[in-house]
Design a protein around this ligand. Structure first.
Ligand code: 2HA
Ligand code: ZN
Length: 270
């Protein structure tokens, strides 16, 4: 059995959490990540019959029965992941009709997965239904996207169009746009269900006055997705109070669609 700390998925998870912290997106215990692993890759590093403990989830995700996830721990700081991965991360397998998480590695201080586990698991189900390659759900608190939810309309078409207009590459990176939830109580099954519903039509879901969720096929792509939206929000927050003299037109957006072979969300461009 190989050392799990050398597994490419572990190295990438640690690098990503560290990078997110360095970007200022994950103060204190803010943010959480779940990465779906294949049984074959887990078996290279862990005895999958050796369950450390069974942790009740508090909802059921039968679609994910038998699936493996590397997940950040509740109350844990992204800042510390690189120094103590075994305390701050865990590998779990969903069992019992997706009602229980079997711990196979990690949460070494007796901890458990993120408080946003419902939003993560329900979002995995929603994204897998539209994209069989989806493996990652990522949540964090980037300052400019958050700031935008105080001063910009929360209408999804308007919010998306504003972000697309802030950097030329936005429409190419997230042609499906950004969905937006109003303020809701976090850590609940309700916000999990609402997030998953929004994930059916976009890979980015803003939680107003809280943060953002991203989904994608790997950690790098999902990080890049949030990074691009956050850059656009930063431009917006720099210019929103100034007279706008010119912007990217819908005609130019259509040129980007054609040149990069992407299709903007239906009805979002004039
Ligand atoms: O505690 O970000 O939404 C981590 C969070 C909760
Ligand atoms: Zn949060």
């Amino acid at each position: 059995m190989k050392d799990i700390l050398t597994a490419p998925f572990m190295v990438e998870m640690i690098r990503t959490a560290t990078n997110m912290y360095d970007h200022g997106w994950d103060e204190r215990n803010g943010g959480n990540i779940s990465l779906m692993l294949s049984e074959a890759e887990v078996k290279e590093y862990l005895d999958t019959d050796a369950v450390i403990r069974a942790i009740p989830i508090g909802f059921s995700a039968p679609e994910l029965e038998g699936k493996y996830f590397l997940v950040t721990g509740t109350g844990k700081y992204f800042k510390n992941v690189q120094y103590a991965p075994e305390v701050n991360l865990g590998v779990v397998r969903l069992a019992d009709g997706g009602k229980t998480a079997e711990l196979l590695w990690g949460y070494a201080d007796g901890g458990k997965f993120t408080s946003e586990f419902p939003a993560h698991m329900m979002s995995h189900v929603a994204r897998l239904a539209v994209d069989a390659d989806n493996r990652v759900v990522m949540h964090c608190h980037p300052a400019n996207l958050l700031a935008m939810t105080y001063v910009h309309s929360l209408d999804e078409r308007e919010f998306t169009r504003t972000l697309w207009q802030m950097c030329t590459e936005c429409i190419v990176v997230f042609p499906d746009g950004v969905n937006v939830l109003p303020w809701m109580l976090c850590g609940t099954n309700e916000i999990g269900e609402a997030t998953a519903e929004k994930m059916a039509t976009a890979r980015l879901v803003v939680w107003s006055q809280h943060g953002i969720y991203g989904a994608g096929k790997d950690l790098d792509e999902t990080f890049g997705l949030i990074e691009t939206a956050e850059k656009a929000a930063e431009i917006y927050m720099k210019i929103a109070h100034l007279p706008i003299v010119q912007s990217i037109t819908d005609d130019q957006m259509h040129q980007l669609e054609a040149h990069f072979g992407v299709k903007a969300r239906e009805g979002y461009l004039d």
